[in-house]
Design a protein around this ligand. Sequence first.
Ligand SMILES: Nc1ncnc2c1ncn2[C@@H]1O[C@H](COP(=O)(O)OP(=O)(O)OP(=O)(O)O)[C@@H](O)[C@H]1O
Ligand SMILES: [Mg+2]
Length: 265
Amino acid sequence: MSATLESSVPMSRDRHDGSSEPSQHALIELRDVAKVYKLEEVEVRALDGVDLTMHRGDYSALIGPSGSGKSTLMNTLGCLDRPTRGSYRLDGIEVVNMSADQRAKIRNAQIGFVFQNFNLLARTSALENVELPMLYGKRMSAHARYDRAKELLTLVGLGDRLDHHPGQLSGGQQQRVAIARALATDPSILMGDEPTGNLDSRTSREVIEMFRQLNEVKGLTVILVTHDLSVAKNARRNIVLRDGKIIADTRDHEAAAEALRSSSD
Ligand SMILES: Nc1ncnc2c1ncn2[C@@H]1O[C@H](COP(=O)(O)OP(=O)(O)OP(=O)(O)O)[C@@H](O)[C@H]1O
Ligand SMILES: [Mg+2]
């Protein structure tokens, strides 16, 4: 089954169509963001003065050596974690000083996550896995939940696997269930930390193609962390981190690869 988008599931809200009025503000705006971990005597600057602006419809890959701050940046962007310093405006709203509850709300409204190890519930069907996020947040009838989950699984090419449990699906299929689940709440941003890290190269390409189509066809803003330069190449923008700083931010994949190489010298 190829990873083409199979149906025209409405991704509602005109913000997805990319053709509406330009918004007043960037979707993501980080200013001088730092994250410092203090462990006994040692201070780790996981993020060290990061400025970053992303607009709706961007497709960015965060790359950099191990420990350079990619996951910390992703967790900050995903409102899972709070910086030590700086400002983060998500869709024009400052989130740094929000409570955990407020951040959870904004996260549920705006962001879908995909993880390296899929994080699906084991003895639960693909359909129920995708329905799960719809039990929280805005109220939906059981019927509407079922219909949307079925549509989303069809969208990712799994319309014939609704009742399969994760253990009865291949790695690539499990990741596609996870993508459908991430889309259940109709987010504007899809984020993944090493979403192809557990997949072989062919399956990885298939999943990456799906991210690209969700970006190009559905207008989703996509942000991926990856070690894999072929995955980064699929993104339109490459952001290279080193020691918690952005050392390159470019649409030229070769320039990003070069920055990465020189950073590991
Ligand atoms: N909870 C924590 N407590 C202390 N230090 C941490 C914590 N989380 C991360 N760090 C440190 O912050 C730095 C950045 O970590 P991060 O996980 O963001 O790196 P990464 O680029 O995602 O690496 P990898 O490619 O290995 O996943 C590392 O030096 C790490 O040791
Ligand atoms: Mg990481």
